[in-house]
Design a protein around this ligand. Structure first.
Ligand code: PMP
Length: 398
């Protein structure tokens, strides 16, 4: 096995598996010794189209020869096409807006700022009283404001003081959520399927009931689709699975196809419109290189073939994991498209230990916490490769 280099200056804010990667193509990656591994994590769903998808690499290369950064002090020729094509892909309303940023957390912060300002200016909630309802087990990023409403103690410990204005309710309980709405509530911020919590899929009636509660109280529904969006669940957005249209959607990860960091907040004109000139921005948000790659990502999703592939291979994945539940090798498998959270029996060790055993078998995975592992292969993975990896998983659990 490859041993990690021990760089003396690298901050240790991660606990990576002992492998040092140096190359990758589609669902396979290579370490510095040339050993190949099948990637079943896919950059936490950023690599939905695999490593170095030719269309994305070509788009980036071509853009490197044109212009890479203008800053938003000046417009560039890909900003409007990016907004137009993303809006068409997501079937946005005619006057909806697209606001490009860089990372998932930054886009979530943007949505929070927009919702608060909308609450003050449009809904008349007094300044400094706006509250946003969030769910237990949420993961929306690592900024100080976002961890202020995290329910993961490790993510919060030592980082206070925190940002006020958030109320946590149980995930999956629409009644508790509706009961938490009061005159200070401006928005509900949810993952339609919770990713970092271990691919937690609420009952089909949950999001529609949340939508109804939001409508009844004139509260915004913000869907964080940073991990669930852009094909992963077999639909372009996970919200489509239950027929819910959020007021605001947050995208990230796969929007840059693992080639560039790019995120976006999309949604209602009256909400994103409160972010008037001079009130919010980012040097790199919507830069030409990011837009070029994101446009190519939109192009891949426009055909619908990746969503279809996620449904087909996802059904196969669910069947194979279901068999491992039936024969006692797994406690539970939760699947949505080509995305799964699997819970291990403690006699098979922790999720981390299973990831380490799978690494030895040349399969890359990552535990989400404790006894839970997430599988999120590229949507472009070959079925034979997926089957081989599932054989390795099955053997590692024997
Ligand atoms: N929202 C969700 C649902 C996520 O899964 C993540 C990342 N795991 C984020 C936001 C934060 O994205 P980033 O790491 O790009 O800031």
């Amino acid at each position: 096995m490859t041993t990690s280099l021990v760089p003396s200056h690298l901050a240790r804010n991660y606990h990576p598996l002992p492998v040092v990667l140096a190359g990758g193509e589609n669902s396979w990656v290579r370490d510095t010794a040339g050993r190949e591994y099948l990637d079943l994590l896919a950059g936490y769903s950023a690599l939905n189209f695999g490593h170095r998808h030719p269309a994305l690499v070509d788009a980036a290369r071509a853009q490197l020869d044109r212009i890479t950064l203008t800053s938003r002090a000046f417009e560039h020729d890909l900003l409007e096409p990016f907004a137009t094509r993303l809006a068409a892909l997501l079937e946005l309303r005619d006057d909806d807006l697209v606001l490009p940023m860089n990372t998932g957390a930054e886009a979530v912060e943007t949505a929070i700022k927009a919702a608060r300002k909308w609450g003050h200016e449009v809904k008349g909630v007094p300044a400094d009283r706006a509250t946003i309802i969030v769910a237990d087990g949420n993961f929306h990023g690592r900024t100080t404001t976002i961890i202020s409403f995290s329910t993961d103690e490790e993510a919060r410990a030592g980082f206070g003081p925190f940002t006020p204005g958030f109320r946590v309710v149980p995930y999956g309980d629409a009644e508790a959520l509706a009961a938490a709405i009061d005159e200070t509530t401006v928005a509900v911020l949810l993952e339609p399927i919770q990713g970092e919590a271990g691919v937690i899929i609420p009952e089909a009636g949950y999001l529609p009931a949340v939508r109804a509660a939001c409508d009844a109280a004139d509260v915004l529904l913000i869907a964080d689709e940073v991990q669930s969006g852009l094909g992963r669940t077999g639909t372009t957005l996970a919200c489509e699975l239950v027929g819910v249209t959020p007021d605001v959607v947050v995208l990230g990860k796969a929007l840059g196809g693992g080639v560039v960091p790019v995120s976006a907040v999309v949604g209602r004109q009256d909400v994103l419109g409160v972010l008037t000139a001079g009130t919010h921005g980012s040097t790199f948000g919507g830069n030409p290189l990011a837009c070029a790659v994101a446009l190519a990502v939109v192009g891949l999703l426009e055909t619908g073939e990746h969503q279809a592939r996620a449904r087909e291979l996802g059904a196969h994945l669910a069947e194979r994991l279901g068999a491992m539940v039936t024969d006692g090798r797994l406690v539970e498998a939760r699947c949505a498209g080509l995305w799964a959270g699997i819970d291990l029996d403690p006699r098979h060790g922790t999720g981390r230990q299973l990831s380490e055993r799978l690494l030895e078998r040349r399969v890359l995975t990552k535990d989400t916490h404790g006894q839970t592992l997430r599988l999120a292969p590229p949507l472009t993975i070959a079925q034979d490769d997926l089957d081989w990896a599932l054989d390795q998983l099955g053997d590692a659990l024997r």
